[in-house]
Design a binder for this molecule. Structure first.
Ligand code: NAD
Length: 368
């Protein structure tokens, strides 16, 4: 098999208590006046960083929100100019990282990102921004953070349910990397490792959010999944989630948790090799059902209805999904996609329709 592999150049620091390395990291990048970015919910974390960086802290901007609205970016850049900053330190999930990337896109300022969810944005050169109600995504090496500092301790406060859905968001990056058009052996290795780490750790976190080993496994899985997302193209699952998130403003991680089993059931028969590898890694002969049950075990909502979508949205989402489709291993069939979204809307099992048969799902790895 021919392939092209592009390594992403971000420096990664991983562990427990690694936040103490932040001042040295900021110095290494030559940042003397940092703007600290976060959401309104994570002010305590931002203040902790402000104290840690002491004289290197120029200010704090706590207005990051989901989907990176350009008005918020404009406000942050106005503050950055006023404070004459020379670098960014972001603490939070994908929303905060998105704001940092949007500022870097316009200013080329160096970024240190301290992720506190499993979304994986910190490892990708991708930035999605919302303007006039429309989200537009682009890829640029300018937005890739110089340093990503993962501190497992900072994920302990991530609410239990969000930990589970954010973890499935990460699994979805790795799953789609396995059947990406531009997949390659390095990324596939990372993807399988990530899926194993997350599938093992997420139920443990659901039982005990302070489970240190499970939190470390989940964060390591999220890091690897982020590399997958940044390295190869995504397919039907991500297209549907972007469409649903963008059109109906559905919550990001929660939407991924609902859609993954259904998108995988749709693609299963077209990627028997991937289903076989996943079945082996997870110890199941029914991978879509495994992820449907995982979502149940971690307490995620399993229907689009429960996320606040109206039933009339199904046909709108189908139209959107066909308007500008991503490459997918199985060609898109309108009636099948509509049936998939109906099942997801109702929270039915991914096997409730006829898309996948047991024969499709069994490739000699039946393990119960
Ligand atoms: P988020 O960043 O919006 O975080 C959700 C909420 O949890 C926020 O209120 C946040 O403050 C809070 N939170 C985060 N970490 C916490 C912690 N450890 N303890 C307590 N509270 C915590 O959600 P997300 O799912 O991480 O990110 C979603 C956004 O990221 C979306 O806009 C999505 O499009 C984007 N995203 C982009 C990429 C990319 O590559 N460009 C990849 C993944 C996600």
């Amino acid at each position: 098999m021919n392939f092209t592999y592009n390594a992403l150049p971000t420096r990664v620091i991983f562990g427990s208590g690694t936040l103490s390395e932040l001042p040295a990291e900021v110095d290494r990048l030559g940042i003397a006046r940092a703007l600290i970015l976060t959401t309104s919910h994570q002010g305590v974390g931002a203040q902790r960083i402000a104290q840690l960086l002491s004289a290197r802290t120029a200010g704090v901007f706590g207005g990051a929100v989901m989907h990176t609205p350009v008005e918020v970016t404009d406000d942050a850049i106005a503050l950055a100019n006023e404070l004459r900053i020379d670098g960014l330190v972001a603490i939070g999930g994908g929303s905060t990282t998105g704001l940092s990337k949007a500022i870097a896109l316009r200013t080329d300022l160096p970024q240190v990102v301290v992720p506190t969810t499993y979304a994986g944005s910190e490892m990708t050169p991708i930035i999605g921004e919302t303007s006039n109600g429309k989200k537009v995504t682009q890829s640029s090496p300018r937005v890739l953070p110089e340093t990503v500092l993962y501190d497992v301790d900072l994920t302990m406060t991530l609410p239990t349910k969000l930990s589970g859905t954010s973890g499935i968001n990460a699994i979805a990056h790795a799953v789609e990397a396995l059947y990406a058009k531009d997949r390659n052996p390095v990324v596939s290795l990372m993807a399988l490792a990530a899926i194993k780490l997350l599938a093992k750790s997420l139920p443990l976190i659901a039982e005990n959010p302070l489970h240190g080993e499970a939190r470390a496994d989940a964060l390591q899985g999220a890091w690897l999944s982020g590399i997958c997302l940044g390295s190869v193209g995504m397919a039907l699952h991500h297209k549907l989630c972007h469409t649903l998130g963008g059109t109906f403003n559905l919550p990001h991680a929660e939407t991924h948790a609902v859609i993954l089993p259904h998108a995988l059931a749709y693609n299963a028969a077209a990627v028997p090799d991937v289903m076989s590898s996943l079945g082996e890694a997870l110890g199941t002969n029914n991978v879509p059902l495994f992820f449907y049950e995982l979502a149940g075990r971690i307490g995620a909502d399993r229907s689009l209805h429960s996320l606040g979508m109206d039933e009339s949205g199904v046909s709108v989402a189908v139209d959107e999904a066909f308007a500008n489709p991503y490459w997918n291993p199985r060609p898109l069939e309108r009636m099948e996609i509509e049936a998939l979204l109906c099942r997801a809307f109702n929270g039915e099992s991914p096997l409730a329709g006829k898309t996948v048969t047991n024969k499709d799902l069994s490739h000699g790895h039946a393990k119960g």
